[in-house]
Design a protein around this ligand. Structure first.
Ligand SMILES: NC(=O)C1=CN([C@@H]2O[C@H](COP(=O)(O)OP(=O)(O)OC[C@H]3O[C@@H](n4cnc5c(N)ncnc54)[C@H](O)[C@@H]3O)[C@@H](O)[C@H]2O)C=CC1
Ligand SMILES: O=C1[C@@H](O)[C@H](O)[C@@H](O)[C@H](O)[C@H]1O
Length: 354
């Protein structure tokens, strides 16, 4: 079966997803796209012969010529499109965050549970990054013993001026919240946010921020988020265990020696750094759609949990105290295996319930 996929929101990420689906992922053809900016949409799918530019996103979702939908529009629009996809019974890959607020995540969770089928996957692509998978393998394989601490660095070269300070938590650290849950096989319990001196490049945004997260099992996770570090994009992570440590560095393997020095280049932004992760994520998603099975991407529950941690972080930014991450009991639909135990082999969890 060739999956007929569509993309809603064809900005930076949506255009990239459309390009990857059409050119680098097998078993799929892009048959639809929508963006409120029609010209941007046309440009994103130019050269994709089967792609129809829709004038209404809900019509796109219900169109019989579309099997599955990628949502890559602005954060505030995710909920509306995810709910429509659930109503249409179509698999959807929703970019992070699932929804920017807990109430929106709750509505998506409730709709999916009521439908009795897992249709929504969330674009936490680090789960498909080879480096992050090696971290996961080292932890799951017992290479460093029980995890005690996790140190994370997340730096963007620059960000548009005037970003709300909370966006460092809801837009960027949300990746670390998901990565920590997934790597540690543990829920997050509390979030504290410290504001160091801000960079002159970032005013009026408070940037960087330093977060301290405690997991339910007592692992302390520190996260530096710096939106305007000024020199390049980098994501690093070290987990300290009882018997050793495992460290994910910025990944460029090639070093240049010259001018009395050694240098390795950094990506400009997340697209080159996580190119392989986006491709693998989309391939796994398309394979699951073709098989009529539940994808092993992050689920609605994972998206909910990451937004709950982000909400605790935003509260902590204001209060200056550790704030609890509030999670309801996990619905049965999301199974006993929270974090995708099939990581290193099978592509999907199992058949979708009829
Ligand atoms: N997984 C990842 O690494 C990344 C994920 N993202 C997420 O991807 C999404 C898109 O981000 P970017 O591409 O960076 O933003 P962008 O601003 O480049 O693109 C967003 C697009 O959504 C469109 N849009 C806005 N409202 C819409 C609506 N109601 N219906 C249809 N289209 C609408 C805009 O016209 C724009 O073309 C966001 O949710 C963001 O958080 C962004 C960057 C990286
Ligand atoms: O999701 C993303 C952006 O929205 C965010 O601004 C960046 O900090 C992240 O690294 C990127 O993956």
């Amino acid at each position: 079966m060739t999956v007929r996929a569509a993309v809603i929101g064809t900005g930076i990420m949506g255009a990239e997803h459309a390009r990857l689906l059409e050119r680098q992922v097998s078993g799929v053809v892009v048959t639809g796209a929508f963006d409120v900016d029609t010209e941007r949409c046309r440009q994103a799918v130019a050269g994709m012969p089967s792609a129809r530019v829709f004038s209404d996103p809900i019509e796109l979702i219900f169109d019989p010529g579309i099997d599955a939908v990628v949502i890559a529009s602005a954060d505030l629009t995710h909920e509306r499109f995810a709910l429509a996809a659930i109503a249409a019974g179509k698999p959807v890959l929703c970019e992070k965050p699932l929804a920017p607020d807990i109430a929106g995540c709750e509505r998506i969770l409730a709709a999916e549970v009521a439908a009795g089928r897992r249709l929504v996957s969330v674009g936490f692509m680090r789960r498909f990054d080879p480096g992050h998978r090696q971290l996961k393998q080292a932890l799951a394989g017992g290479d460093i013993g029980t995890a005690l601490l996790m140190h994370c660095v997340h730096r963007n070269r620059s960000a548009p001026a005037g970003q709300p300070t909370a966006s460092l938590i809801t837009g960027s650290a949300v990746h670390e919240f998901d990565a920590a849950r997934w790597l540690l096989d543990d829920e997050l319990a509390t979030v504290t946010v410290h504001r160091p001196r801000s960079s002159r490049r970032s005013s009026p945004t408070a940037d960087p921020l330093f977060l301290v997260v405690e997991s339910s099992a007592g692992v302390l996770v520190d996260i530096e988020v710096f939106l305007n570090c000024g020199y390049g994009y980098e994501v690093r992570c070290e987990v300290v265990g009882e018997d050793g440590t495992v460290f994910l560095d910025a990944p460029a393997a090639t070093a240049v020696r010259g001018a009395a020095g050694i240098s390795r280049s950094l990506a400009e932004d997340w697209r080159p750094r996580f190119a392989e992760a986006y491709r693998c994520e989309l391939q796994e998603w398309i394979d699951s759609v073709a098989a009529g099975a539940v994808s092993c991407l992050a689920s609605t529950w994972d998206g909910y949990a990451a937004t709950a941690a982000a909400q605790a972080g935003v509260a902590a930014l204001d209060s200056g105290r550790a704030e609890p991450v509030r999670l309801p009991p996990r619905p049965e639909l999301y199974g006993a295996e929270l974090y995708g135990a099939e990581l290193y082999g099978a592509k999907v969890h199992g058949a979708v319930q009829a």
